[in-house]
Design a protein around this ligand. Structure first.
Ligand code: TIU
Length: 232
């Protein structure tokens, strides 16, 4: 746990300070745990990244996902990707840099970052249940050009447990979007990962600095501990 003090039942030992959440108003938001980012041959690797850096987030997310399912918490998965005709992919995104394959090009897991392709799907270990919400997003943030706001309002959600990949890109963008919309975000530190470990560390620091300028940060053990006693 991040804090050495014994946790108060139902309170997440988070930084910069402990936080108690109203559990029925809390959802688990899992960002982009897709093969395109996690496995060789996908979008992440085309950008020149070592995708093995992200594997460490899978088990902590799996543990919180199991607890969320056991307690009936709303679970939302997101996927970054584009329509097959690329009509939702800005040229500024498609054309930038010198990737080994561009968005839409055929790769070993199908067309890179295209909805419906094998690479776009969520990894088997964290695969959504039919009852869970899956949000397809064209951008880094989960609110931009998606129905996420409607889903959160429909379920009366005020707080988000946020995890996924990558820490400084889609997780941070989404947390910033959520914070501006009034949601309390608790980011699960070991449930996030980056291709750049130093960006992971700084990405978490940016969230919890200045009294929690974007939100709170807690590890999965602290979240699980609080969920155990707080969901009744
Ligand atoms: N490249 C990178 O670090 N991330 C992304 O492009 N998308 C997400 O973070 N999901």
């Amino acid at each position: 746990m991040l804090n050495s003090a014994k946790p108060t039942p139902g309170v997440i030992s988070a930084e910069p300070e402990p936080i108690k959440l109203d559990w029925p108003a809390t959802a688990l938001l899992i960002i982009d745990m897709q093969r395109d980012f996690m496995e060789p041959g996908g979008f992440g690797e085309t950008l020149g990244n070592d995708v093995s850096q992200l594997a460490r987030a899978v088990n902590p997310i799996g543990a919180v996902l199991k607890a969320a399912r056991d307690t009936g918490m709303l679970v939302i998965h997101t996927r970054e990707g584009h329509l097959p005709d690329l009509s939702d992919a800005p040229p500024a995104k498609v054309e930038r840099g010198a990737p080994s394959l561009r968005i839409g090009d055929p790769g070993p897991m199908g067309r890179i970052l295209i909805r419906g392709e094998a690479g776009h799907d969520i990894i088997p270990e964290l695969y959504p249940l039919d009852s869970e919400v899956v949000i397809d997003k064209p951008g880094k943030g989960a609110f931009y050009a998606t129905e996420l706001t409607d889903v959160l309002e429909k379920y009366g959600i005020e707080n988000l447990l946020v995890c996924g990949v990558t820490t400084e890109v889609c997780v941070n963008t989404t947390v910033r979007e959520a914070n501006d919309r009034g949601y309390r975000c608790v980011v699960i530190s070991d449930g996030c990962a980056s291709y750049f470990p130093e960006f992971h560390e700084m990405g978490l620091k940016m969230i919890k600095a200045q009294g929690g300028i974007f939100g709170w940060v807690a590890d999965s053990a602290a979240v699980l501990e609080a969920m155990k006693v707080s969901t009744t």
